[in-house]
Design a protein around this ligand. Structure first.
Ligand SMILES: Cc1cc2nc3c(=O)[nH]c(=O)nc-3n(C[C@H](O)[C@H](O)[C@H](O)COP(=O)(O)OP(=O)(O)OC[C@H]3O[C@@H](n4cnc5c(N)ncnc54)[C@H](O)[C@@H]3O)c2cc1C
Length: 385
């Protein structure tokens, strides 16, 4: 894409990151650990380097030890990570989300203790909302925190928790009261001090990072580990969704862009009927369709990022970006496989992996259907869920 939006400074930041990702990150995920779990030490080493380029640390103000980078630049950097490896993008996204929660909501003693590790890449956070029976409807959260003197005792099960196996601490959404909306509270659980059990989940794709079940069996946590006020977890979580959804849009965009790049490369090399397949009109048309979708996804994503930066409410625009970018990610990755013919089905070519990775993106952080419902509600004022 011609970058009408990019300043010289942004271009320099993107170019530097791109070189590092190509030299040091790409082969880790697509060759060395292809579809295999990347050990914590290796992931921490990569995270340490990425934070120096402004990932994670960029989302946090300088006052709290971060680099305070604007949202449009952040999403441009994040797109590069996701286009290199969706697995690498997950800890970047979750640590950014966790760092934001700590910086905006946590009491000083928790912020000072847990934020620096996220900003330099040495520690990992998980954010536990989903449960076996609680996916799209977070109002039904069952994990209980009951008061016991100056502690809370937490019991329940979380599932699909990103970073789970890597996590040093968990920001856990718990039920402290019966009101569906005002009965949810955030607690920080330190894995060493308030042990929780973690079991990794094997999936269709995204297996080079951790998605896990987390079991909480009467875990005793000091009341001072509450993040935000009691009963405000839902309100506080919703206030971050705009930002996290723009990041997930960046994941859909990243996979789609990489699939397009791989398809263009292949179409210029593969010969059939006496010429490179790029010279066949139907292939050229398919590439044009893919490129237009990728650019449209990018524009929606950048628009939402810029609105967030300017403090303009962007619930609908973030939902549009997440919905569109993740859905076209699936379409474009499938088209890239089609352009590769039989080769696209083999592990010799990256598009096989990209097609599996793309299918995941419309599920986390609110499914495509939930994004449609949010967009519909914004249009009509009528809530359909
Ligand atoms: C890779 C990955 C990472 C994740 N990371 C995290 C994490 O770090 N922390 C965390 O808390 N969670 C995480 N999640 C969980 C994720 O947020 C949920 O999977 C998601 O919210 C959907 O919930 P569900 O899977 O239970 O599906 P369900 O809610 O059971 O939905 C099933 C289907 O029904 C549809 N549906 C549901 N309700 C409606 C409705 N009202 N109208 C129309 N259709 C509807 C959905 O769109 C979907 O197609 C992750 C998930 C994945 C796959």
């Amino acid at each position: 894409m011609g970058h009408v939006f990019r300043t010289e400074e942004q271009q320099g930041a993107v170019d530097g990151l791109k070189r590092y990702l190509a030299d040091e990150v790409n082969d880790v995920f697509h060759k060395q650990y292809r579809d295999q779990f990347v050990p914590r030490e290796k992931m921490a080493e990569l995270m340490g380097k990425l934070t120096q380029f402004g990932l994670v640390s960029g989302t946090i103000s300088e006052e709290h030890g971060g680099m305070g980078i604007d949202w449009l630049t952040m999403i441009q950097l994040f797109e590069e990570v996701a286009a290199t490896s969706i697995d690498m993008s997950v800890p970047v996204l979750i640590n950014s989300f966790g760092a934001l929660m700590l910086s905006k909501l946590a009491p000083q003693h928790l912020r000072e203790r847990y934020l620096p590790g996220l900003l330099d890449g040495s520690s990992f956070v998980s954010v536990g909302i989903s449960e076996p029976d609680v996916g799209s409807n977070v109002l039904e959260i069952k994990t209980r925190a009951r008061r016991d003197g100056d502690h809370y005792i937490i019991s329940g099960e979380k599932t699909w928790i990103s970073n789970g196996a890597y996590s040093d601490f968990l920001i856990c959404t718990c039920r402290t009261g019966d009101d569906p909306r005002k009965g949810l509270t955030h607690f920080l659980l330190d894995r060493k001090e308030h042990p929780y059990e973690v079991r990794n989940i094997h999936k269709l794709a995204w297996n080079s990072q951790s998605t896990a079940q987390i079991f909480l069996d009467d875990v005793r946590v000091p009341a001072t580990n509450m993040i935000g006020n009691e009963g405000e977890a839902l309100k506080n979580t919703l206030s971050f969704f705009e930002r996290s959804r723009v990041f997930v849009a960046g994941q859909g965009l990243g996979v789609a862009r990489r699939a397009l790049e791989e398809a263009v490369k292949y179409a210029k090399e593969r010969k059939q009927h006496g010429k490179v397949i790029a010279g066949h009109q139907l292939i050229s048309g398919m590439l044009a369709d893919m490129a237009t979708k990728v650019d449209a996804a990018r524009l929606l994503t950048y628009r939402a990022a810029e609105m967030i930066e300017r403090g303009v409410p962007a619930e609908m625009e973030a939902a549009m970006a997440k919905y569109f970018a993740c859905e076209i990610g699936v379409t474009v990755a499938r088209q890239a496989v089609q352009i590769h013919g039989g080769n696209g089905l083999t592990t010799e070519f990256l598009v096989e992996k990209l097609a599996r990775e793309a299918i995941v993106t419309p599920i986390p952080e609110g499914t495509s259907q939930m994004q449609q419902l949010i967009i519909g509600r914004a249009l009509t004022g009528v809530n359909a869920f």
